[in-house]
Design a protein. Structure first.
Length: 348
């Protein structure tokens, strides 16, 4: 069905396209606590749509409502045109879901885990083998089809779960943090696999992630969710250009004095300064060349040695800080006590 989709937020608007996901003023309350607070967006057929947000933002709750796993407090969600509450079975048949926690049976083999799901979804016996063979190939686990799932690495288990979620040929695929906790090489392997699957199957993907580089690379559009609210929605390029300050300067000083951050912030044309540790600063400015000169002058005047200076592109990290007022990395450190490398430098 083709639906005229009004622009969400006035940004990232969809033209006249078929819609895979429509969420209208959706709310989820747990007692007095509002976990999802009046969120609306639409995802077009064939899009890769990213939900980005810190811990507790409401991403998993949103996915659980869209995939019929928990009741909606108010508002509506339609998946492939089916209302998730009134036509839950139809909606379920259109979707594959990879939940945040790993859920494959550890005592079964890779193939048995896939076979059980195929049966649960009534995939006819003939197609079952064909679908499993194709998926094992796509996720690069053909050699491991008879291995017990408990012998697989974390990254391989994730790939098995991705294959499992696709065994019944869903049109819409929900993945809740498919790469959290994986090492950088396994993360890149999962991205490549998803891109590969996407090129082979007609699929719409909704993915949640903590990783900005992942969202930037994979997603056609990104929604940033914070405290249960949608705070921004657009393409990665448009989100980055919506941040005031067209240049980013990364500068490192040797043992800067106290108040140095404020000094940097006071330079004309500077729109924001983020300290990354004691010596490193990420500065957004509307005038890169002018701010660079002023930074050097300020350092010379104050007798603060400059260690390095580079002008880099705006990233989704800057977008996140702009819309939420804090760094996603700080949130992760609070939640887990550690943070995965942000820029693994692995660009396949
Ligand atoms: N069943 C529940 N009962 C009460 N509160 C809940 C329940 N499920 C989630 N919440 C709360 O709702 C908020 C949103 O949780 P949710 O799991 O959706 O966040 P998230 O964005 O997926 O976070 P994370 O990145 O940690 O996975 C959190 O404050 C959480 O504690
Ligand atoms: Mg979650």
């Amino acid at each position: 069905m083709t639906v005229v989709a009004p622009g969400a937020n006035g940004n990232g608007s969809l033209a006249q396209v078929p819609l895979a996901i429509e969420v209208e003023h959706i709310v989820k309350k747990f007692g007095d606590f509002t976990a999802v607070n009046d969120i609306s967006f639409q995802v077009a057929d064939g899009e890769i749509f990213g939900l980005l947000g810190p811990n507790g933002a409401g991403k998993s709750t949103l996915i659980r409502m869209m995939t019929t796993l928990i009741p909606i407090t108010s508002g509506h969600a339609r998946i492939a045109g089916h209302d998730v509450e009134k036509q839950a079975d139809r909606a379920r048949r259109a979707i594959g879901v990879i939940p945040q926690a790993l859920t494959s049976d550890l005592d079964l083999t890779v193939e048995e885990n896939l076979g059980i799901y195929a049966k649960l979804y009534d995939v006819p016996a003939k197609q079952r083998k064909q679908s499993i063979d194709e998926l094992l190939e796509l996720v690069d686990l053909t050699k491991w089809r008879n291995a017990q799932t408990k012998t697989l690495s974390g990254g391989m288990r994730r790939r098995l779960e991705i294959a499992r979620g696709l065994v019944h040929h869903p049109r819409i695929f929900f993945l809740d943090e498919p790469t959290t906790g994986l090492d950088p090489v396994s993360r890149v392997a999962v991205w490549e696999m998803l891109s590969n699957i996407k090129s082979r199957r007609q699929l719409t993907i909704l993915i949640t992630t903590h990783y900005m580089d992942e969202a930037d690379r994979l997603c056609n559009r990104i929604a940033i969710v914070d405290h249960g609210k949608l705070v921004a929605l657009d393409t990665p390029v448009a989100l980055k250009s919506s941040v005031p300050g067209s240049n980013v300067i990364e500068v490192q000083f040797a043992t800067p004095p106290s108040g140095w951050e404020q000094r940097l912030r006071s330079l004309p044309a500077v729109t924001s300064v983020q300290a990354e540790g004691a010596e490193m600063f990420r500065i957004l400015t509307g005038d890169g060349p002018r701010t660079t000169t002023q930074l050097v002058e300020a350092a010379v005047q104050a007798g603060v040695p400059l260690r390095s200076l580079s002008v880099v592109n705006t990233t989704l990290d800057d977008v996140f800080v702009h819309y939420t007022g804090r760094q996603l990395r700080d949130e992760l450190v609070k939640a887990y006590g550690f943070v995965m490398p942000q820029r693994p430098g692995l660009q396949p």
